[in-house]
Design a protein around this ligand. Structure first.
Ligand code: C5P
Length: 227
């Protein structure tokens, strides 16, 4: 059986991994998995359904049956059980809620096959925390993006201020550090680079420079130059 090629892009939030993953997917004309959105949607959907984050069986049952139509964040809208929830999914607090349910091993297991199902022709770019380590350990190419918490908070601050959202840099930094801590110390699928990942420190790189660097690796390793 032919197994479709996967490129994984992992790392903490604010490193530019979502931007890189989306650009690579467009460039190659491949599918795109935004795994963080799955955790965000599970957190929001269960909250709306009155299922407590401590109710593991309830969370898993929800994750197994939820009807999620979200081709991608770049395609625009995310629809859960018929309701459009894109804006809510992207809120900072939804990321924080996601990281709480994401620490539950049974829930991660319940979402595993759903993520693997995105592996369709002609190929997949998978964006997340454990794409290269757990979900697609056999990926052809693995990127792991890093950046200091200060730089990530600063980028997020600029994004939100530009959108007219009133936030404090200090509280963003605190939230990012708390989320990093929770994501890296959890027992299952903690945030860490795969042994065979290419580590890219984006502190001093523009999004264009990160994309150009990634394309060089894609070309060198897979002989793919894009559509
Ligand atoms: O990437 P994003 O910020 O959307 O992810 C939200 C949260 O979902 C992360 O902080 C992390 O706790 C969780 N997550 C995860 N595994 C993934 C993707 C996201 O645990 N593959």
């Amino acid at each position: 059986m032919r197994v479709e090629t996967v490129i994984t892009v992992d790392g903490p939030s604010g490193t530019g991994k979502g931007t890189l993953a989306q650009r690579l997917a467009r460039h190659l004309g491949w599918h795109f998995l935004d795994s963080g959105a799955l955790y965000r949607i599970t957190a929001l959907g269960t909250e709306a359904a009155g299922i407590a984050p401590t109710d593991t069986a309830g969370l898993c049952a929800f994750a197994a049956r939820m009807d999620v139509a979200f081709a991608t964040r770049f395609a625009g809208s995310i629809v859960l059980d018929g309701a459009e929830i894109s804006d809510q999914v992207r809120l900072e607090e939804s990321g924080a809620k996601a990281s709480i349910v994401a620490a539950i091993p049974e829930l991660r297991a319940a979402l595993l096959q759903r993520q693997r199902d995105f592996r369709q022709p002609p190929g997949l770019i998978a964006d997340g925390r454990d794409m290269g380590t757990v979900v697609f350990p056999d990926a052809a190419l693995k990127f792991y993006l890093t950046a200091s918490a200060e730089e990530r908070a600063h980028r997020r601050y600029k994004q939100l201020i530009n959108k007219g959202v009133d936030v404090s840099l200090r509280s963003l930094l605190r939230d990012i550090q708390a989320r990093d801590e929770r994501d890296s110390t959890r027992a299952v699928a903690p945030l860490r680079p795969a042994e065979d990942a290419i580590i890219v420190d984006t502190d001093t790189l523009t999004a264009d420079a990160v994309f150009a660097l990634a394309c060089q690796h894609v070309d060198a390793r897979l002989g793919l130059r894009g559509a």
